[in-house]
Design a protein around this ligand. Structure first.
Ligand code: COA
Ligand code: MG
Length: 298
């Protein structure tokens, strides 16, 4: 597990591979990543035709923005056990996407098997694996799955909460404040941190209610998520704002950095700043936040 430069994943939009109008929009979107969906957003009768669109989709891969970031292109494939999964995986790997998002993951073996297929097909190391956490088994096995993130050879890079499937498979009631889902969401964040993975929140289905969406994003940032998966372009700006460092947090980070750079504090592990204890761990946190702000131009 290496400390890699911050890679923004504040806003990650699902785009059904079967929806030409939506696909045509990708180049103009200001989201940090798109997930080309071959799974739940595509009806069984359209699965093969959707997969056949991948060449055209990747022929129009977005270029870098003014900050040097390229919108990441991830493909969500059907479960390997399904009739489409294996062909989806081979088709997606050919285009060297930034990530392949595995649906209905249950055990570490699901990740390892796909990693072997990618290795056998000479997919470059830049093709990472993302995993949906959306089944009861994935939640029960999440520590072992996350542990793979500590070995770069596994390619595992990111977890994505699949809250709709989790609600369906568990019977938990999905309330607007997500009170019954929160324990599981926090468990995902914890596991992702243990494995050095990014952790993306699930989608908000009610894409017309942007006030509710902003509240959900605020909760997700408070829980420690890196970003949110989205279903509609109208959700992108709010997610980009919510997962960027706040002005107050940046001011505080600069204060901490300045304080530790003063000669009188050079050798100190802990200092007092405006009546509060500040340790070197807070300096590290502040530097990370400032790097993140620089990366997104905040
Ligand atoms: N990505 C890119 N463009 C999208 C989009 C998406 N996810 N969702 C909508 N758009 C586009 C539409 O094509 C439309 O384009 P147009 O102006 O050229 O006609 C525009 O944004 C406005 O869309 P709107 O009319 O408000 O919504 P809609 O009724 O067309 O679509 C959904 C609503 C929910 C069906 C659609 O947003 C969608 O399919 N989202 C993704 C669902 C998904 O992937 N689910 C699986 C993961 S949870
Ligand atoms: Mg799902």
């Amino acid at each position: 597990m290496t400390a890699e430069p911050y890679r923004p994943r504040r806003s990650v939009l699902y785009v059904p591979a079967s929806n030409d109008k939506a696909l045509a929009k990708i180049a103009q979107l200001s989201c940090d990543a798109v997930i080309i969906d071959l799974e739940d957003a595509v009806a069984p009768a359209d699965k093969v035709a959707a997969r056949e669109k991948l060449p055209a989709i990747f022929a129009n891969r977005p270029g870098a923005n003014h900050l040097g970031h390229r919108c990441e292109m991830v493909v969500r494939v059907n479960a390997l056990a399904s009739e489409w999964g294996a062909d989806d995986l081979l088709a997606a790997a050919k285009f060297e996407p930034d990530g392949i998002l595995l649906s209905k993951v249950a055990t570490p073996r699901d990740i390892l098997e796909v990693g072997d297929v990618l290795d056998d097909n000479s997919a470059p190391d830049s093709v990472k694996l993302w995993a949906m956490i959306e089944t009861p088994r994935a939640l029960l096995n999440i520590g072992a799955i996350a542990e793979l993130g500590r070995d770069p050879a596994s390619r595992l890079d990111c977890f994505v909460a699949g809250t709709n499937d989790l609600a369906k498979d568990t019977g938990v009631l999905a309330t607007p404040d997500r009170r019954y889902l929160v324990p599981w969401l926090l468990q995902m964040v914890l596991a992702a941190r243990a494995g050095g993975l990014d952790m993306l929140d699930g989608v908000a289905n009610d894409f017309r209610d942007l006030d509710a969406f902003a509240r959900e994003c605020a909760d997700a940032t408070a829980m420690g998520f890196d970003g949110k998966t989205l279903i509609h372009p109208a959700q992108i700006d709010a997610a980009n704002r919510a997962f960027a460092p706040s002005t107050a947090a940046l001011t505080e980070a600069r204060l901490i950095k300045d304080a530790f750079s003063r000669a009188e504090n050079a050798g100190k592990g802990v200092i007092a700043l405006n009546g509060r204890m500040v340790e070197r761990l807070h300096l590290a946190q502040a530097e990370k936040l400032l790097a993140k702000a620089a990366a997104i131009g905040a």
